[in-house]
Write a protein that binds this ligand. Structure first.
Ligand SMILES: [Zn+2]
Length: 277
């Protein structure tokens, strides 16, 4: 689990390096200079528009899933140019440049487990719930960049749908929780749930959350995203859900990553990590 909240406009670094059997993009997508696009909407629900009420301890309340989101198949507005129809999977990995470092802002701070120099900015094709290709971006640890490029290549080939794939920005962390986010993301420097000091694998760019709304975190009465309870029921499988033995769990298992859906004390179905935590 990373966060939910409003998105900001991304920018792409210039040079390109690709490893493994991943198809190369010699011309990374043009930097997006337009203002942030509006959130995806679905009839009967406007994403990110309704802050959750808080309980006595200040924690946002877990509320029933709005009917419009119980079988969620949304496509976030493109922030990077999508690949042409029929294009093969494309991905690129570049160092974090000053522009991206500024966008990342407080999501990386002194004292985080890895310096920015050890992270990479990935751009990659992903398949949308609209049945079309899109371009997303992730920040991951340099040592797993090629592996993650391969994983997303497998998801793309299988047309596994993702709603949005992008970099976590400070606004995501400070936004009033609305419990309806569904951003697939990797790096953010923060402690594990229930701790103020133990860094999450996300803090090293060694964890990725996939479609958090379709694959919520659950521990006791806690559910994240808070409106995703409809997806605690794992059957019947709906698009975007991760299930044991599917293309998502297999692709991550093939690079040696563990799945939070297999945990026992809590269940973090969205979460994959290099260290299994
Ligand atoms: Zn996670």
């Amino acid at each position: 689990m990373v966060s939910q909240g409003p998105a900001a406009s991304p920018t792409i670094a210039a040079d390109t390096t690709v490893t493994g059997d991943v198809a190369s993009s010699t011309a990374p997508p043009t930097p997006a200079t337009a203002p942030p696009a509006p959130a995806a909407t679905t009839p009967g629900w406007v994403l990110g528009a309704t802050p959750l009420p808080k309980g006595p301890d200040g924690t946002p309340l877990v509320l029933p899933t709005p009917p419009a989101l119980r079988d969620r198949r949304l496509t976030a507005p493109d922030r990077l140019p999508p690949p042409p129809e029929g294009a093969p999977y494309r991905s690129a990995a570049v160092p974090i440049d000053a522009v991206l470092a500024a966008r990342m802002g407080s999501t990386h701070q002194p004292g985080c487990p890895v310096p920015l120099a050890d992270l990479r900015h990935l751009t990659l094709s992903f398949w949308g719930f609209d049945g079309r290709p899109h371009t997303g971006e992730l920040v991951v640890n340099a040592k797993v960049a090629a592996d993650v490029q391969e994983v997303f290549g497998k998801l793309y080939a299988a047309r596994f749908p993702l709603e949005e794939v992008r970099v976590v920005e400070p606004g995501d962390l400070t936004a009033e929780p609305t419990g309806d986010g569904n951003t697939s993301a990797a790096f953010v420097c923060r402690p594990i749930r229930g701790s103020t000091s133990t860094p999450s694998a996300h803090s090293s760019g060694l964890a990725i959350d996939i479609n958090p709304f379709q694959n919520p975190y659950k521990k006791g009465a806690s559910v994240l995203p808070e409106l995703a309870s409809a997806y605690l029921d794992r059957s019947p499988a709906r698009p975007g859900m991760i299930t044991r033995g599917d293309v998502v769990t297999r692709a991550f298992a093939e690079i040696g990553w563990g799945w939070g859906g297999a945990w026992t004390s809590s269940t973090d179905t969205m979460h994959f990590s290099a260290n299994g935590r």
